[in-house]
Design a protein around this ligand. Structure first.
Ligand code: PMP
Length: 449
């Protein structure tokens, strides 16, 4: 850690004092290369010292506008006042006892809030873990325990994590799976609804296509769970056509299959609803949450129908750190912040700004094939002009140009050709516009002559 931190920015907009990465960041990158396993990549080798509102400050005194939220985590901001105060109070009281040894109220309170906030007014229970992948794994355990069946269906372009079971559920080989097999068995893949690449296929027709494959290749009688991201994250911010999720959920209900919504990336106001399933009027049996739940502290959860959740014997679920008291204090503060600061509505305002700015880029640039997403989870898919052929080179070039000019932006997609925008909801309109002025210039400067 650097001994003297650069002064904190006061204006809240970009401040570029050095080229990016600056000299101190480059020193740290050299230390990283010598000390940290190569397998852990970084989007921008710019080392952070503070983050607040819509900005990240680096070790060289530069201030970057953040359109990534640490991959959809700091929805309420990186140092949201309620979260900071709640964690400070908790850390002084106790850091850990292990909920499975001597429990504490924070865990119970988070479970109560999740049971209340998640879609559906049925009787629910929750269980807390540390990471998104861990929660997805546990949702599968619960579904298997409840149904007495083994098979799990995940979708094309899915991302569910990097642990062994979730690698099997994740679609993309490089970098997530390549060389890491053998993978868990009894995981099957079904086709998604991907409107940009599906021609005229409606959501209901895409669901029928998936269901036919599941029925023939797996069989409902063997199927414990269908696990789906209501808007795919790493796979390319793919919003399925209307009716797709409803039809799948309906089929699951009719065949005793547990319908699991992986809302790790979409949850907690990110999409302009508390949970993305709400846009489609879908009530999942189990909902998996993480990322935005606790403002950056590691916490994840499975929430679902009481009879399913309670099918697991005592001791079958848990973990040393699951529902850590600091993370629970943060989560309660996050949920208060979302409600009290109207962040669901704020995500809708962000959507309006992003839709307008991205629409403008699209109208002047034939490399932008699609603009999609909801709330503060929007993306552009880049293609070779006039086609649907993926253009990852442009995605990379625009991102690199944005990074050089102090805007944190991420790519994603099976083909690496999607630029995604996930600003913290604490960002100001001015910061958003400033970031998109940089992106306008990045598109212009990378356009073919
Ligand atoms: N599911 C989804 C939809 C995700 O986006 C992610 C993380 N990108 C995960 C699961 C895994 O979460 P974690 O990295 O916390 O294990």
């Amino acid at each position: 850690m650097t001994s003297t931190l650069p002064p904190s920015a006061t204006t809240g907009s970009r401040r570029l004092l050095t080229e990016l990465p600056g000299p101190r960041s480059r020193e740290l990158a050299a230390r990283k290369a010598a000390a940290v396993a190569t397998g852990v990549g970084t989007t921008m080798p710019v080392y952070a010292v503070r983050a607040h509102g819509g900005v990240v400050e680096d070790v060289d005194g530069n201030v970057l506008i953040d359109l990534g939220s640490g991959i959809a985590v700091t929805t309420v901001g990186s140092s949201a006042p309620r979260v900071v105060a709640a964690v400070q109070e908790q850390v002084a009281a106790f850091t850990h006892t292990c909920f499975m040894v001597t429990p504490y109220e924070g865990y119970v309170a988070v479970a109560e809030r999740l049971n209340d906030l998640t879609p559906g007014d049925h009787d629910k229970r929750s269980v807390l873990f540390n990471s998104g992948a861990e929660a997805v794994e546990n949702a599968v355990k619960i579904a298997r325990s409840h149904t007495g069946r083994q098979a799990v269906v995940a979708f094309d372009h899915a991302y569910h994590g990097r642990t062994n079971l979730t690698m099997a559920m994740t679609a993309k080989s490089m970098p997530y799976k390549s060389g890491f097999g053998p993978f868990a068995s009894e995981v099957y893949r079904a086709p998604l609804s991907y409107p940009f690449r599906d021609g005229d296929l409606s959501g209901v027709e895409a669901a029928a296509r998936a269901i036919d494959l599941i029925d023939k290749q797996v069989g409902a009688a063997n199927l414990a769970a269908v696990v789906i991201e209501p808007i795919q994250g790493e796979g390319g911010f793919i919003v399925p056509a209307p009716g797709f999720l409803q039809a799948l959920a309906q089929w699951c209900r009719e065949h005793g299959v547990v319908f699991v919504a992986d809302e790790v990336q979409t949850g907690f106001a990110r999409t302009g609803a508390m949970f993305a399933c709400e846009h489609e009027g879908v009530v999942p049996d189990l909902i998996v949450t993480a990322k935005g739940i606790a403002g950056g502290l590691p916490l994840s959860a499975v929430t679902g129908r009481a009879e399913m959740m309670d099918s697991v014997h005592v001791g079958g679920l848990g973990g040393t750190y699951g529902g850590n008291p600091l993370a629970c204090a943060a989560a309660l503060a996050v949920m208060d912040t979302i409600v009290e600061e109207g962040l669901v509505e704020r995500a809708r305002q962000v959507e309006r700004i992003l839709t307008e700015r991205l629409g403008r880029i699209r109208s002047g640039d034939p490399r932008v094939g699609d603009v999609r997403g909801r709330g503060a989870m929007m993306a552009v898919e880049l293609v070779e002009a006039g086609s649907t052929t993926p253009d990852p080179a442009t995605a990379k070039a625009v991102a690199t140009e944005a990074h050089r000019n102090g805007v944190v932006v991420l790519t994603c997609g099976t083909y690496g050709n999607v630029l995604r925008f996930l600003p913290p909801l604490a960002i100001s309109d001015d910061q958003l516009h400033e970031a998109f002025d940089v992106l306008d210039a990045a598109f212009a400067s990378t356009a073919p002559a």
